[in-house]
Design a protein around this ligand. Structure first.
Ligand SMILES: [Zn+2]
Ligand SMILES: [Zn+2]
Length: 281
């Protein structure tokens, strides 16, 4: 089995990574991709991936983390009217692209657009206005280009921002991306599925499937050849328990199998093959 999206690089797992990877492997989850959400977590993902066989890293700036840059810009602008690009921001994408030469880095991710208003965030004064979304778009576009340039897979995060995400993907799309992009934790939406089908993308499904009826109906319609499994640990536990962990891929596989009236082995085989193709492992 393959957990295509698992944040073993997050604070919640500090000191427990080795055990969680062992439990996962004992359950048959032999491949894990750890996505970054900013520069430190991207580096941490690589650090973990380098230590364990079957564990890979993705590097990227998550839309949520673009807020920090947005905030710094605003402060700069208000206090002295420029420079609009603080030093740390200027170096961010070049530093990220340097990580892409690492053997264990298989993807850019997770990147995209997020219009959801988060109650719980480490960023004070978090708000989603158009200017912030514009900056998210800039980062998304630049990072899609990195995936193309370095021939990496692309892990797309979309939350309540379908229109923006599809517009951008359509605009910057290159044939090279076919078979190399996943809508991670895909929202149950026909238009996303149609776009994914047309562009030979994959659809990521998580443990929230277990308690989300609309998602169950959606996943029934996704061709198996397009489906990959993910836990998004420490979030989205199928048992509504924090933290989630990679071994729970087995439970998601079983749930998908029951939902579609096929065997768990069939789900496991096809989704694992899909993920191996997606990340070119
Ligand atoms: Zn995400
Ligand atoms: Zn994630």
């Amino acid at each position: 089995m393959f957990d295509t999206h698992c944040h073993l690089n997050f604070q919640a797992f500090e000191g427990r990574v080795e055990n969680l990877i062992r439990f996962a492997k004992e359950t048959g989850v032999n491949h894990i991709v750890i996505p970054g959400t900013d520069l430190p977590t991207s580096k941490k993902a690589i650090e973990i991936a380098e230590k364990y066989e079957g564990v890979y890293a993705a590097v990227g700036i998550h839309p949520h983390h673009v807020f920090k840059i947005y905030n710094a810009r605003q402060r700069n602008f208000l206090s002295q009217r420029g420079p609009l690009r603080p030093e740390s921001e200027k170096n961010l994408l070049p530093s990220l692209s340097k990580l892409l030469t690492n053997q264990k880095v298989v993807a850019i991710g997770e990147v995209g657009i997020d219009r959801h208003y988060y109650e719980k965030t480490k960023h004070k004064d978090y708000k989603v206005d158009e200017e912030f979304v514009d900056l998210q778009k800039e980062f998304f576009i630049e990072q899609v280009k990195l995936a193309i340039k370095y021939e990496k897979a692309l892990i797309v995060h979309n939350r309540e921002a379908k229109k923006d995400v599809l517009e951008i993907l359509e605009k910057v799309w290159e044939k090279k991306l076919e078979g190399r992009v996943v809508f991670h934790c895909c929202e149950p939406d026909e238009e996303l599925l149609e776009f994914a089908r047309g562009h030979k993308m994959f659809i990521g499904v998580d443990g929230d499937l277990v308690y989300w009826k609309q998602k169950q109906e959606f996943i029934k319609k996704v061709p198996l050849e397009m489906l990959v499994l993910e836990t998004d640990s420490p979030y989205l536990s199928p048992f509504r328990k924090f933290p989630n962990e990679p071994k729970n891929i087995a439970y998601i596989a079983e749930f998908v199998a029951k939902l579609r009236g096929i065997t768990k082995q069939e789900v496991v085989k096809i989704t694992t093959e899909n993920a191996i193709r997606l990340f070119n492992i």
